[in-house]
Design a protein around this ligand. Structure first.
Ligand code: ZN
Length: 181
């Protein structure tokens, strides 16, 4: 896992959940790991240890949640998530000095746990730093000071870095070089 793309705390679990939908570079055909993951207990635990494995009948709800969360990426106040907070209410309780407020799921189903994780990230101002790469749609956490990162891994500084920014720059350069344009 890339240290430069990982999100802090439980938001990393949400990021992993969002990246179960992928657009592989080789095929550019969307791939969805969620339907298979839901049926394999050991794989689910390895990939999303803090999220209870859902029942297969809950798959549709999770697919909708994932799509709505992806649509809400990068926003400080995503109005599109209002319905989820009504549907899966989050309990707010007093924690300790390090974390004065705790955001607890209303029940222990996967969707409720994910919504509570998103609530904590919104409250901490971390949610808006979670972004989807415009090229490969990979979800990454923007650690930059002024939240200026656009691509998943601009210079492929890490083993799993895809260097989408560099790839798109080369593409734009080649387009400019083409005669008659
Ligand atoms: Zn990318």
């Amino acid at each position: 896992m890339s240290g430069t793309s990982s999100a802090p705390g439980t938001l990393e679990q949400v990021r992993a959940f969002l990246n179960t939908w992928r657009l592989p570079h080789e095929t550019r055909t969307p791939a969805d790991d969620l339907p298979a993951l839901i049926t394999r207990a050991a794989d689910w635990r390895a990939a999303l240890p803090d999220i209870p494995r859902p029942h297969p009948r809950d798959l549709d709800e999770l697919l909708t949640l994932r799509a709505d969360l992806r649509a809400a990426l990068g926003r400080t106040a995503p109005a599109g998530l209002r319905e989820w907070f009504e549907r899966r209410p989050v309990q707010v309780t007093v924690g300790d000095e390090a974390q004065p407020l705790c955001y607890r799921p209303g029940d222990d189903c996967a969707a409720a746990v994910i919504v509570a994780m998103v609530a904590a990230a919104l409250a901490e101002g971390q949610w808006a730093r979670l972004k989807s790469c415009p090229d490969c749609r990979n979800v990454f956490y923007d650690h930059s000071r002024n939240r200026s990162r656009t691509w998943c891994s601009m210079y492929a500084e890490t083993p799993d870095g895809r260097a989408c920014g560099s790839i798109s720059k080369v593409r734009a350069y080649r387009k400019r070089q083409r005669p008659g344009r």
